[in-house]
Ligand binder design. Structure first.
Ligand SMILES: [Fe+2]
Length: 304
């Protein structure tokens, strides 16, 4: 599935007659879903269940099971929130479609995940330009059950508000794209999926791991933030983390000097193979040679 924008749900059929609140939230109106809509969820759920069994990382599959996201129909956010809030303090809030960047980040920074409510039509099972409830809930929410990833997402929201002030959002959006949406993780069993854009797409779940065409590159924060991405095709490059702790530590420093250094460098194409991972000048400017990661308490949250 492709997305038009990195953030939030996209405009779909409205499910609530009420106007959104000031923070763009609405009621999910779960009782209004039709049998056909529940059946589309079941179709998507069952086929992804088979595809992801040996392709998604353990944390994703554990989160899915723990959350009780069920095969029997579109979940009621109130039920999911009972479990999610007890586990990591996150909540799902319903939004009618795309929300402004600042609103999206404000929700994340307060451990609220905005999800759209509409579900794709049966004709769109394999391709949808906009995130729907299957992408937002099945793709995103299982990892919000993981404490490390849950902290990363909150820090991302705080970092997003800062990036807006520093006019650096395009750099931070690439981090979201190549981790939260399209990330791979190395495990003892081999490469596994954790990105929600992959996890909610049958075709890309297979392509990202088994096709010979895409690059699979070790996670390098600055290279990620320099690399443009495609929104209208499968990714040409996937960045591979060694575990969620790596995301946690890589995003702990203040990103302000990184943004200054990145402005001196050209962007990298989505599928480039020959470029160096990170130029020496950008690494030096960002202080990576001396101290790649600021020392902090083991439980200190990332700051981005
Ligand atoms: Fe998404």
């Amino acid at each position: 599935m492709r997305q038009n924008a990195a953030y939030g749900g996209a405009a779909g059929p409205a499910r609530s007659a009420a106007s959104p609140r000031a923070d763009f939230t609405i009621e999910q109106d779960w009782a209004a879903y039709t049998d056909e809509e529940h059946d589309i969820w079941r179709t998507l759920f069952h086929r992804q269940d088979r595809v992801l069994r040996d392709r998604a990382c353990g944390e994703f599959l554990d989160g899915l099971r723990g959350l009780g996201v069920a095969a029997d129909g579109i979940p009621d956010f109130r039920r999911l929130n009972d479990v999610l809030s007890r586990t990591t303090g996150w909540r799902i809030v319903a939004v009618p479609g795309l929300v402004p960047d600042a609103v999206f980040f404000e929700h994340l920074a307060n451990r609220r995940f905005p999800s759209t409510c509409f579900i794709r039509s049966r004709a769109q099972l394999d391709y949808l330009e906009e995130p729907d409830i299957f992408h937002d809930i099945y793709g995103h929410v299982p990892l919000l059950m993981n404490p490390v990833f849950a902290d990363y997402m909150q820090a991302y929201g705080e970092g997003g508000l800062k990036a807006l002030r520093l006019d650096a959002l395009h750099y931070l959006a690439r981090l979201y794209w190549y981790t939260v949406e399209f990330g791979l993780v190395r495990t003892r069993e081999g490469l596994r999926i954790y990105g929600s854009g992959i996890a909610s797409s049958k075709g890309e779940s297979v392509y990202c791991l088994e096709d010979s065409r895409p690059n699979r590159i070790g996670f390098d924060l600055l290279r990620v933030m320099r690399t443009r991405y495609r929104i209208d095709a499968y990714q040409e490059t996937y960045f591979v983390i060694e575990g969620f702790e790596q995301l946690f530590t890589a995003t702990r420093p203040d990103f302000s000097p990184y943004y200054s250094a990145l402005r001196q460098e050209a962007d990298l194409p989505p599928g480039g193979r020959s470029c160096r991972a990170t130029s020496s000048s950008i690494a030096a400017a960002a202080g990576r040679r001396r101290s790649p990661i600021k020392k902090g308490r083991a439980d200190a949250r990332p700051r981005v």
